[in-house]
Unconditional design. Structure first.
Length: 296
């Protein structure tokens, strides 16, 4: 029997607040899979929250205990808002990849990635690489590549819980790309869960105002709260800030040095001009004295 989603009161996932999107898994359309996946975009970060129950799924080949991969995908072609298996989920296209990390599952793989010669390059996205600041090794939509696979809390139930912090992503989907191809990038439209290479569940994102699922999600900090960063991520931000400060200091020092050099050059030119003027005056006096002597 399926484990029901936890009962929660609506909090700050208000339909009036932009940047919040929810994907709902309807068991009638998704092979018995029930639950929600939500994301909140704010201040150049994303928070992810989910509760998924695969207990009533007819899948007999997936070892759920080994974990699931999950990604944000670029398209959605189904007439329903959720589905399961390749028949529906293949319509979700490839991974959302606006920064062209160019893994083999990237929506851009055979297009822009091939055009700039990156399709043949190795794709090295792991949680270890990502947590130490190698953000652009990863496709924006490769959530399990960035944060690791998700594992069940019991049986076939996967959840972030209602008390634990939601996942924090420092390279979130771009808000302007929601179901919109813009600025040379494909859109982001859906979330897909994989068991190995098989796409076992998928759903399209809807804005908070169009999804009752958003009202069931727990409170997520707004504005972005550094409390929910890992220590490695905090260190990366500190290092980036220190680097930015150092570059600013170097830039100011460089400008000051150039100013000093130009000022010294200007002063030297003035001194040389004054010396030449003095020599001309002396030469004029000497010439006048010489002319007076000849007359005498």
């Amino acid at each position: 029997m399926a484990t029901s989603a936890p009962t929660m009161q609506p909090t700050d996932w208000s339909p009036q607040i932009p940047g919040r999107y929810c994907a709902t898994f309807n068991p009638d359309h998704a092979d018995g899979i029930a639950g929600h996946f939500g994301l909140q975009l704010h201040n150049n970060t994303a928070h992810y929250w989910f509760h998924l129950d695969f207990s009533n799924s007819s899948s007999t080949t997936c070892d759920f205990a080994s974990g699931l991969d999950y990604h944000i995908h670029s398209t959605w072609t189904a007439s329903t808002h959720s589905g399961s298996g390749s028949a529906t989920c293949n319509g979700a296209g490839g991974h959302y990849d606006p920064d062209l990390a160019c893994g083999s599952a990237s929506q851009e793989y055979s297009g822009l990635c091939a055009a700039i010669g990156r399709a043949a390059a190795p794709y090295n996205c792991t949680p270890e690489m990502y947590s130490t600041g190698h953000y652009y090794n990863c496709e924006v939509g490769d959530l399990s590549g960035k944060h690791g696979q998700i594992h069940p809390v019991s049986g076939r139930v996967f959840t972030t819980g209602t008390d634990s912090p939601p996942y924090v992503d420092l390279t979130p989907p771009y808000l302007y790309n929601y179901k919109t191809v813009q600025l040379f990038s494909h859109a982001w439209s859906s979330v897909v869960f994989h068991c190995g290479s098989e796409r076992i569940a998928c759903a399209s994102f809807l804005p908070a105002r169009e999804s009752s699922a958003c009202a069931m999600m727990p409170s997520i900090p707004v504005p972005f709260d550094p409390e929910f960063l890992t220590e490695d991520q905090k260190n990366v931000i500190r290092n980036n800030n220190n680097t930015a400060i150092a570059l600013c200091v170097l830039a100011v020092a460089g400008v000051a040095f150039i100013y000093i050099v130009l000022y010294i050059q200007y002063q030297n030119e003035k001194k040389e001009e004054a010396r030449m003027r003095e020599l001309r005056d002396i030469a004029g006096v000497v010439g006048e004295l010489g002319g007076a002597s000849e007359k005498a």
